[in-house]
Write a protein that binds this ligand. Sequence first.
Ligand SMILES: NC(=O)c1ccc[n+]([C@@H]2O[C@H](COP(=O)([O-])OP(=O)(O)OC[C@H]3O[C@@H](n4cnc5c(N)ncnc54)[C@H](O)[C@@H]3O)[C@@H](O)[C@H]2O)c1
Ligand SMILES: O=c1ccn([C@@H]2O[C@H](COP(=O)(O)OP(=O)(O)O[C@H]3O[C@H](CO)[C@@H](O)[C@H](O)[C@H]3O)[C@@H](O)[C@H]2O)c(=O)[nH]1
Length: 438
Amino acid sequence: MKISVVGCGYLGAVHAAAMAELGHTVVGVDVDERKIEALSEGRAPFFEPGLPEILTSASASGRLRFSTDMAEVADATVHFIAVGTPQKPGSHSADMTYVDAAVDALLPHLKAGDLVVGKSTVPVGTAARLAATVKAAVPGADLAWNPEFLREGFAVKDTISPDRLVYGISDDADLAATAKAALDEVYSKALGEGTPLVVTDYATAELVKISANAFLATKISFINAISEIAEVAGANVSELADAIGYDARIGRRFLNAGIGFGGGCLPKDIRAFGARAEELGRGEALTFLKEVDAINLRRRQRVVDMVVEMLGGQAFDKKVAVLGLAFKPDSDDIRDSPALDIAVQLNGLGAVVSATDPHAISNAKAKHPQLHFVESVGEAVAHAEIVLLLTEWSEYRALTPADIESAVAGKRIIDGRNVLSSPEWRSAGWDYRAMGRP
Ligand SMILES: NC(=O)c1ccc[n+]([C@@H]2O[C@H](COP(=O)([O-])OP(=O)(O)OC[C@H]3O[C@@H](n4cnc5c(N)ncnc54)[C@H](O)[C@@H]3O)[C@@H](O)[C@H]2O)c1
Ligand SMILES: O=c1ccn([C@@H]2O[C@H](COP(=O)(O)OP(=O)(O)O[C@H]3O[C@H](CO)[C@@H](O)[C@H](O)[C@H]3O)[C@@H](O)[C@H]2O)c(=O)[nH]1
């Protein structure tokens, strides 16, 4: 099948390469020349495990190419929209200018029988609006919404073997049948392996995506709220999460208390969902998402307060080692990263922050050049008064007191992700603190 993917960021680059890996002929288009240059040379423009391998094999097969020229999509029949929908500056709404510009740029190259497939996360109502635009401009062309659920760090696996597929399609029976057949062909491998498929209307497909992220964010903020209580009650939130997680109705996944959620999805999606609910006259239905957001942001402040307290009342001129800048391990993404936010807040208090990360330093440096970045844990902790573990990369999870204690100036550590063994660190003489654990 001939496919185009418009927007080659964290979602689109993986989608394009994975579709080619599955045997389709794919062109990826983006307005970012540097990204397209890297992808055309088979280099991943960001860190994502498994992406370099499929980029190389798909490019070698001759089935994958990248371009900045939208005219290159002309021989494709299915066109995925994977451009960004970030938070609009000064508002909680999603910024739809990229999606609208991508569809407008695509229209002159569409023909009867083509299917535009939205993948970006959008406010409910977008698909119906864009379907009307596409059909008016190109008679015989149609639009579907096929939200994406991949997780960064597992993006290749999640694209090739998704948990589920959702198609939001037209309410016209003939168009719907044609759109479903095209998407079935795109995803024939996953469907053949029994991946659950939900075929529904546009609005439901859009809401499935944003509800899933709202639920995940709520689950994390729920455990982080309990963490706040555990801290004052002297309880252990990790043991509590294990215990409630044994109830299959609750489940243990996404109950890891810590410094909260970040990234290019959950924070902006819960805000955009709330803003859309207000536009639809039902703001009150989602006011709880404001609380989910507030609980999440309080966890970052809690770490800053703990640092000040552990350093005797002020952070000014104190050396602080920050381990981890990405919003989660196995990604170089620093969008709304709690780790980076904490580092920036401490720097603002006059602390001398020495920060490291296995893959996110260059992104962090571009956004916050005022911080001091170092390449290794050893350099970060040298003469530090306090060590903060903020992103649980496997190499940081494996740290032992013996690895760093001869380098630090003070044996103080905050385990922002609850991944170290408190008895091990305390018995080695460290002032070890974690989130919601005694
Ligand atoms: N990152 C994820 O894990 C993930 C997962 C599921 C859904 N999503 C959703 O997918 C969308 C994209 O997210 P992302 O993380 O890939 O964002 P991103 O910022 O990494 O990528 C967006 C890309 O679109 C390009 N672009 C912007 N305008 C364009 C245009 N007019 N024509 C062509 N390209 C254009 C940008 O240059 C950029 O490379 C968002 O709606 C996001 O919510 C992301
Ligand atoms: O128990 C947990 C689980 C996650 N997190 C944090 O939550 C954030 C988001 O994690 P995750 O959901 O794994 O990462 P994303 O790659 O942002 O993926 C989410 O956002 C994507 C974009 O919409 C969706 O496609 C995915 O299904 C959805 O999981 C990260 O900061 C994690 O550190 C926690 O604090 N505790």
